[in-house]
Design a protein around this ligand. Structure first.
Ligand code: NAD
Length: 370
């Protein structure tokens, strides 16, 4: 039997708010986890099956991600029960009603997540003037178009190879998922001299040991083609991308892609976690014990939230990328050093680093988490 879900510990949550707006057929939850470092920032998710537990876990993940990125923001998350593919009119009504209901919760700044996008954040801003990840027309920095998270992964790669027995120049890379994160990770890593030899999407894997032409593949994908149907490589099944012999593996698609039962003869030497929780904890431990260097998700994929926070502070895209570079470089090094020095897993080191920073912020506050 799994552990019973416990809501709350020394870090938070500060507030849990259930929202119902019958006139707009809206039901949702806001969890503000911790605001010691500043107002919480975190996405609004729309899905049919979201729960309080999921919302709390996502809010806590944001507390850790924002703290480890050294942002002056705590963590929070909001969810609405609904169809992420609802019509524009329906979605606008839901998002506006939900935001309006939370207009007094000034400790929470909305951001985009699954089922919401920049346009939704524009509606939130219009209602309550408290959203990040805005459309360009409202001064937003288009983080998916610019590849903020993919850029951050390429910075993590530069640091992490120092802990491996290969160089980034010429390193062979496989990437599961060729969307906002995967495409830009491939682009920035290619620019830094790495060779992308395998890429997958939900239809299958493309493999070319000589290196895939990433700009041609991106053009093919933008016209609706599946990566495996691109002419510049061999077509393989979807999971193949995870087991090809490469130096770097980047999961950039789904959670729980690898578990202890499925790691089999995983061969890469360095994992850069683009997706959130792409590997179970026990699989991470097993792979690290085999000598694989691992950069956990909330360290490696923080580029997106750093960009959103910089946008909220009125920075330009250039300023945001500078902040991503500095923060991810520093954090990747600190996590890998701590892990090596203290003989703990990279995830434990990352969690310690983030928790230390949250607790240090809490010490400065009269009522701790507030
Ligand atoms: P996306 O929807 O743009 O792209 C996802 C890609 O994964 C698509 O190419 C899709 O075909 C592919 N995919 C889906 N299922 C797959 C499967 N079973 N096997 C192989 N490929 C599969 O999403 P994204 O924005 O690139 O996000 C990817 C992951 O990274 C998600 O877990 C997301 O939560 C996480 N993440 C994204 C950001 C960001 O800035 N976009 C930031 C942090 C974390």
């Amino acid at each position: 039997m799994s552990e019973p879900f416990q809501l709350g510990d020394k870090l938070g949550p500060v507030k849990v708010i259930h929202v119902q707006v019958p006139e707009a057929d809206v039901k949702g939850i806001l969890v503000v986890d911790n605001v010691a470092a500043g107002p919480a920032i975190g996405g609004l998710r729309i899905a049919p099956d979201v729960t309080l537990e999921e919302c709390f876990r996502l809010a806590r993940a944001m507390t850790l991600k924002n703290a480890s990125a050294g942002l002056n923001h705590g963590g929070g998350k909001s969810v609405m029960i609904g169809d992420p593919h609802a019509s524009r009119d329906r979605k606008e009504k839901m998002v506006r009603a939900f935001a309006k209901a939370l207009r007094g919760e000034t400790d929470y700044i909305f951001g985009p997540d699954m089922g919401t996008d920049e346009l939704c954040m524009g509606w939130v801003k219009d209602e309550i003037n408290r959203a990040a990840g805005l459309p360009k027309a409202l001064g937003g920095i288009p983080l998916d178009e610019l590849g903020a998270t993919g850029f951050g992964l390429s910075v993590a790669a530069e640091v992490a190879v120092e802990y491996c027995d290969f160089k980034l120049e010429g390193a062979r890379v496989s990437i599961q998922g060729f969307g906002s994160v995967g495409i830009h990770a491939a682009r920035f890593l290619s620019e830094k001299g790495a060779k992308i030899v395998a890429v997958s999407d939900s239809h299958g894997t493309l493999y070319n040991p000589e290196g895939i032409d990433i700009s041609a593949l991106t053009a093919h994908k933008s016209q609706g083609g599946a990566v495996a149907d691109f002419s510049g490589g061999e077509k393989m099944d979807g999971p193949a991308v995870n087991f090809i012999e490469t130096d770097i593996w980047i999961p950039a698609a789904r959670p729980d892609v690898l578990s202890r039962d499925t790691i089999g003869d995983f061969k890469a030497k360095l994992i850069l976690q683009g997706a959130n929780i792409p590997i179970t904890r026990d699989a991470e431990k097993e792979l690290e014990s085999r000598g694989v260097v691992n950069v956990p998700d909330f360290i490696a994929n923080a580029g997106g939230v750093i960009c959103a926070a910089m946008e909220y502070q009125g920075q330009t895209a250039q300023g945001a990328f500078k902040a991503i570079e500095e923060k991810i470089r520093e954090n990747t090094k600190e996590v890998l050093e701590r892990s090596r020095k203290d003989g703990i897993s990279a995830r434990e080191a990352a969690e310690q680093l983030a928790t230390d920073r949250v607790e240090a912020a809490m010490e400065t506050r009269r009522f701790g988490i507030f």
